[in-house]
Design a protein around this ligand. Structure first.
Ligand code: ADP
Ligand code: TRP
Length: 321
């Protein structure tokens, strides 16, 4: 079984990324072959400033490793280490119906948020399909918001196979229902683009400050607090032991504990949950050489697999071998 996933190097990792994608990816690397990459080509469709990408790739690479992605077990690389992905993306784009891309929520949402509707943004799901198909991935662990992109990748693979024969296996998504959509400090989906994130590797005092700023309702201290649908519970449910979660829930339901204390409890949980990773990140950051070697090795392995798959594709379409 081959697992593959990608994340855009567009900023510091947050709890949504961790619970939605990274934690499942870490669990899966023990169960089969894993390919995890930093989608730096995809990141160019966003709003980042020129000159920042290189640094963001490095930072995100460290973040992933600190979170438990193991470069000795998984093939970890940056997307642009394997530029052959564009060749495959082109073949795929020639079998991709416009309507399929026009229906993509992510494209429509991003345009609605003011990102300029470039061709790159529109064609984003085709490149994503190429990312997956270039490595013969069986399963793709992603957060819920990527579900449609996975369906598009399957559709594109199917169209290609209809035309050229059974070249690709159809990848399946793995969406962890338990993580669902992780809420941000304002109660909306946690996302870099909403500025409502809790960053795993932020300074302790900043992280605490942000948690204390979580938007809550005006239920008085003595009264029971709404649990389901609340941001506090939406985060607590993902962390700690079962007993700790039950205790937290009981505190909310019983009343008598104010939001300030509940938030402090959440902050303690978050810091404990990520303590080991925060320390590991500092160690990794001090060892640039080792990190460099891992990046290089990952890239070489990824490229080897990609070349094999691409040879099969070229033979099917009839381009230069
Ligand atoms: P952002 O929305 O902050 O830009 P990305 O789009 O880069 O995050 O997401 C990277 C990965 O993390 C994807 O697999 C995505 O599904 C997952 N993810 C991001 N935010 C959340 C969230 N709030 N809840 C669950 N998963 C999330
Ligand atoms: N689109 C994904 C995101 O924004 C990142 C990504 C790019 C990806 N290529 C992929 C995820 C291939 C899984 C498989 O989060």
């Amino acid at each position: 079984m081959r697992y593959l996933s990608g994340i855009q190097p567009t900023g510091r990792l947050h709890l949504g990324n961790y619970f939605g994608m990274i934690r499942p990816a870490v669990e899966l690397q023990a169960k089969g072959e894993a390919y995890y990459f930093l989608a730096d080509y995809h990141a160019l469709t966003g709003a980042s400033e020129p000159g920042q990408l290189e640094g963001l790739v490095r930072e995100t690479f460290l973040d992933l490793l600190a979170c438990g992605v193991d470069p000795e077990r998984a093939v970890v690389f940056r997307q642009s280490a394997v530029p052959e992905v564009h060749e495959l993306a082109w073949y795929l784009s020639t079998v991709t119906p416009m309507g399929l891309l026009e229906r993509c929520h992510s494209y429509k949402d991003k345009v609605a948020k003011g990102i300029s509707p470039s061709h790159g943004l529109f064609a984003y799901p085709v490149l994503m399909a190429a990312d997956i198909l270039l490595y013969d991935a069986d399963r793709v662990p992603v957060g819920q918001d990527q579900k449609q992109h996975l369906e598009v990748a399957r559709d594109i693979a199917g169209k290609f196979n209809d035309r050229y024969g059974q070249v690709f296996k159809l990848p399946e998504s793995i969406i962890r229902e338990d993580a669902g959509v992780v809420p941000g400090v304002d109660g909306q989906k946690m996302s870099k683009s909403y500025g409502n994130t809790l960053e795993i590797f932020a300074e302790e005092k900043d992280l605490r400050k942000k948690i204390m700023g979580i938007k809550t309702d005006s239920t008085p201290v003595e009264a029971p607090k709404a649990v389901e649908g609340s941001t506090l519970w939406g985060l607590v449910r993902l962390m700690g032991t079962e007993a700790e979660r039950a205790e937290y829930r009981a505190l909310m339901e019983k009343g008598g504990t104010g939001y300030g204390d509940l938030k402090k409890g959440l902050a303690d949980l978050v810091l404990r949950e990520f303590d080991g990773m925060r320390k590991k990140r500092e160690e990794l950051a001090a060892d640039a050489k080792r990190v460099e070697t891992w990046m290089k090795n990952g890239a070489a392995k990824a490229r080897k697999t990609a070349e094999q798959v691409l040879a099969r594709v070229r033979a099917a379409v009839g381009t230069q071998k």
